[in-house]
Write a protein that binds this ligand. Structure first.
Ligand SMILES: NC(=O)c1ccc[n+]([C@@H]2O[C@H](COP(=O)([O-])OP(=O)(O)OC[C@H]3O[C@@H](n4cnc5c(N)ncnc54)[C@H](O)[C@@H]3O)[C@@H](O)[C@H]2O)c1
Length: 329
């Protein structure tokens, strides 16, 4: 993606602003660091490397305006130190994956809830200008309504979803009680460069692309008719930057960040096969506990309040992502 595609938004942010990106060595965090550092902002990347990789930020380490802090958000004092003198916190650090959270609920409670609360409290004590934090489409739980609209949520289906829902409540509370400006972004199945394709908890798009590139079978959970609103990383970067710039009146709110369309897993498989000219064998396996059947977002509210407008649809995003995996794996 061209580095200058965010220029119009970036130039509206004060040039001497200091950013803290938690989870900055992970998929989304490293993409955020990359854009912010190259634009010239002072950026602190905070990550314990539990699921992120030094290679995602390797080429940023030579920039004098980039600092890598290897530490955990579970340590409040580390959060307090990292947020000193910071204007914007883009909080991405968390353990992802619905099925993994079903296996390890205690870890999710500690990192995603206690860790996020530590970051919020550190923002309060250090008078951070705004905290933009990652939430998730999983907070919609079992509510059947499509598209998903903020405020119409069902019963939660996994520990992961619960942690994100609690984070949102703290986000609201910190805004109303302590006047910390918070904005939650409910990401819908994000994909793009630097996403880890390996391991049993990897997301579907990098798994499919890497399997197809190596001509290995792809695993499909359930019958493949489940659908998702796949969101290219450029759209998520745009949303984070716009959430920093939005007026104070949005504080405490949460917004769907998605492409605003839905695709079944079988159609996704076909799209990747068509673009790669490959037909890896499909292996159908059990549905995963905690997964929702359909996910598709209304992005109206993010459009109205943040000025969010996706720039890349699924096909464009897949093409750029395939190019990246071809070069990198
Ligand atoms: N990728 C998606 O589709 C998606 C969808 C919805 C929500 N989200 C949320 O977006 C955020 C970023 O997700 P991602 O896909 O980049 O995941 P990721 O696993 O690639 O990145 C998360 C990063 O947080 C770091 N981290 C984990 N625990 C930490 C701790 N205790 N202290 C410091 N760092 C820690 C990891 O090492 C990793 O680098 C997460 O909060 C995730 O829940 C992602």
């Amino acid at each position: 993606m061209p580095d200058n595609m965010y220029e119009e938004i970036l130039t509206q942010i004060k040039p001497d602003s200091v950013f803290l990106v938690t989870g900055g060595a992970g998929f989304i965090g490293s993409n955020l660091c990359n854009v912010l550092v190259r634009h010239g902002f002072e950026v602190r990347c905070f990550d314990d490397l539990s699921n992120g990789f030094r290679k995602n930020i390797e080429d940023l380490l030579e920039y004098p305006n980039f600092q890598f802090i290897e530490d955990t958000i579970v340590d409040f004092n580390a959060c307090l130190k990292a947020t000193e003198g910071v204007d914007y916190v883009l909080h991405q650090a968390a353990w992802g994956s619905v099925p993994r959270s079903v296996q390890y609920p205690l870890i999710y409670e500690q990192i995603n809830i206690q860790g996020t609360l530590n970051i919020m409290e550190a923002c309060r004590q250090n008078s951070v200008r705004r905290l933009v934090y990652a939430s998730s489409s999983s907070v919609y739980g079992d509510h059947p309504k499509l598209p998903k609209v903020e405020g119409v949520e069902g019963r939660l289906l996994s520990p992961y979803a619960l942690t994100k829902s609690v984070d949102e409540q703290y986000g609201r509370l910190y805004s109303s009680l302590y006047a910390v400006e918070t904005c939650g972004l409910r990401y819908f199945n994000v994909f793009g460069r630097n996403q880890n394709p390996l391991g049993s908890y990897a997301a579907v798009i990098p798994r499919f692309i890497c399997a197809a590139l190596k001509d290995e079978p792809v695993q499909i959970h359930g019958d493949g008719t489940q659908s998702r609103d796949f969101t290219y990383i450029a759209n998520v970067i745009q949303a984070n930057l716009k959430a920093c710039l939005a007026p104070s009146s949005i504080s405490g709110n949460v917004y769907n960040i998605a492409a605003g369309s839905r695709t079944t897993i079988l159609d996704l498989y076909q799209m990747i096969c068509d673009q790669l000219g490959a037909t890896p064998r499909m292996e159908f396996v059990d549905t995963r506990p905690g997964d929702i059947k359909h996910s598709f977002a209304s992005i109206e509210r993010a459009g109205e309040d943040l000025g969010y407008k996706p720039t890349h649809d699924l096909a464009e995003g897949i093409s750029l992502t395939i190019d990246w995996y071809r070069k990198s794996y």
